[in-house]
Unconditional design. Sequence first.
Lengths: 365, 285
Amino acid sequence: MMPYMDCPLRCEYCFEKPVLGTRIEANLDAMTTVLNRIYARGSQVSLHGGEPLAAPIEHVEALLQATYRLMGRSAVQTNGLLITDRHIRLFKRYYTHVGISIDGPPELSVLRRFGDRPESGREVAKKVNENIAKLRENGISVGILCVLGRHNAGDEEKLGKLFEWVEWLRSIGVSSGRFLILKACESRLEKYALSPKEVGEAWIYLYRRLKRIAWEYAWSPFRDVINALRGRTNQVVCWLGCCDPWLTGACYPIFPDGTTGLCDRSFIRGLYLRPEGRPLEIRAKILKETDCKGCKWWGYCHGGCPYDAEDNDWRNKSSLCPAIKMLFEEISQHHPPTSKPVEVRPGYQHGDSPHGDWSDHGDSG
Amino acid sequence: MIEVEPFSRVIWRWGVPPKYKIALEASHRAMSWAEYESVVRGYRPCDVVHLYPETWDRELKRFAEDGLYFVPIQRAKPVSGFAHRFYEPTGGRFMVYGVVSPSLSDAMRFVRAHEGRPCDHETIGILLGYPECCIRFFVENFPKGILDPVWRVEHEGEDPMLNVMLRYFGPRIIPFFPCSYTCRQARRVAEKFYGLLREYDEDLAETILEMLSMPMVWSMYKSVIQVTTPLFTGICNGYWEPQRINVYWRGDPERWAKKLPLQYKWFLSEIRFQFGDNIPLLNPP
C-alpha cells in the first residue's frame, strides 16, 4: 500500500523519481477495500512509498490497523529517517515489521540524501542507523534493504566496512536483509553502478563472509539461490521467477486513491495501472529461445528481473546475468541442486513469498 | 527465430481520462462497421469478414438484407489478440474467413486471388479499394516474410490518418499499410473511412484521430511488438526480425504535453529509459 507518493529524500539512484511528488489524494476507504480483496487471495501486505511515514500519521495508523486486523501483524518499508516515538508506539501496537532502506554505515551510505544537499548522505545515514538501534531497543522487528553500488561495494575495503556494519546489524538483532543492485536508470548514474563482474564478486564476498557466521540464509539473494537450487520455488525472490513486467505477479501496489499498479521498479516508466488478466509467459518464452538458450541455470534463474534487462529492454535477459551465474556457481558448490530445474515457472501468485522474507523484512517492492 | 502466439495487452497510465479507454474499446467495432459499410455504399467492391459460430446466423442474415454475397474462403483458429496470419484451427473451434461483396463475380475474383499460389495480393488490394501505390508497397514486402511492414513505410512526414501503429489495439482509420505516412492516395481513402467513422460516432472518430496524433514509439524485437504512448503501452505478438526495429512517431508533442502534462512527462522518462537520449522524439529538429 502506497499512501504517499513523495519522499523527503531524493536518493541519487532512486528509480521512483519520475513519480515522486505526484499528487494523488488519499482515499483510505478505497485502499482498504482493495486491501481486503487482495488479502482474500492470500497476499502479504506492507506500507510502501514514496515514503509511507511522510503520510499523515492518522493515515499510517489506519492502514497499519487495517493490515493488522487482517493478518495479526503489519509491515512498513521506509527510509527510516522520519521515525518518531509516536511511530514506534504504532509499530508496537500493530506488531509491525519495519524494513529500512539504507546502504551501510554513514561513511558508505552517501547516496541516500536530500535533493538540495548532496553532501547530506552521511548525516541521513547516521540518523537512520540510530533509528535502527532505537527500533531494536524497543523490540521491533527490523529488516534491511541495502543497495550495492560503487559507493559501498566498489572495492574490498568498502566491502569490509560494509560487512562490519552487517555484523553490527546482527549484534543488535536485525533479522534479515536484502542486497539489491544499483541500477543506472540514467546515463549520469553509470559512475555509481558496479559492472556485472563486480556485482558477482561483491555478492560472493558477502556470501562467503555471511556463511562464516552462518547468517547467509537471512540475506537475499543468497537464500533465494539456495531455495531455487532446493526446488522451493515459492520461496524464491521474484526476479528469479519469470516475471511478466506488464502484470507483475509478485508485487501489487495499491495507490493512494485505491487504484492498483505494477511493481514499483516500473515507476521509472511512470505510474501504470494494473491491467486485468493473468501474467503472461511471453518473456520466459522468448528468453528461453534466445538469450538464455542452453544456459544450465535457466531452470533456476529464468532471465532475471526485466527492469535490470540489457539495454533496458524487458525482452532481453538481465544485464546482471554474469553476476547471477557467478553466484549460482558459488552457492551450488555448497548447496548442489536437489531438485529438477523448473523450465517455465507459472509466475508468482499472491501468497507466494516473492522476496522470501516478508515475515522478517516487510519490503514488498 | 521464434514465433509468439497472438496476444495483445494494453497497459494504461494512471490518471488517463476515461474517454480514451472507451474509444480504444469501441474502435474495433467502429472500424469494422465502417469497413463493411464502405462496401454497402459502393465505395469499394469487397470487404473481408470473420464469422464465428456463435453469431453467423445473424451475420449471414445481415449480409442478405444488405444485398451482399458472402463467400467463405478458409477456416482458421480464433485468436485473442492480433493475428498477422491465419492459424490452423485446433480442437474443433474455428472461425470462417470470407469476403462480402454486392457482386458475386467480384467476390469470386477475390476468392480465386486468395487461393492462388502465390496469393494474388494485387487483385485482392484492388478489390478492397486500396491505392495502387500502397498495394505495390505491400506486394514488395509481405510476400518476403515482412508480415508487419509498419517500419518499411516511407516516413518523411506524418499524417495521423495514416498512422497504423495502434491497430493491434483498435485505433486506426485505414485498414491497410500506406506506402508513405504522407501518401495522398491513402489520405483520400482515409477521408472516406473517417467520414463513415464520424457517422458512426462523431466523438469516437475524433478521439481515435486524436490518439493517432500522439507521439509514440513502435518497437519490434524478438517477435514482440511494444508501442509506447503518453496514454498507454500496448504489447502484442509481432514476427521475427534479427534486430530490434524502432519507429518513432513524432505526432503532436505540444498538444499532448499541454493536454496531459503528467502522463507526457512519464512518457518522455520512459522512452529515455528504454530507447536512450538520442532518439528523434527527444531531439526535435
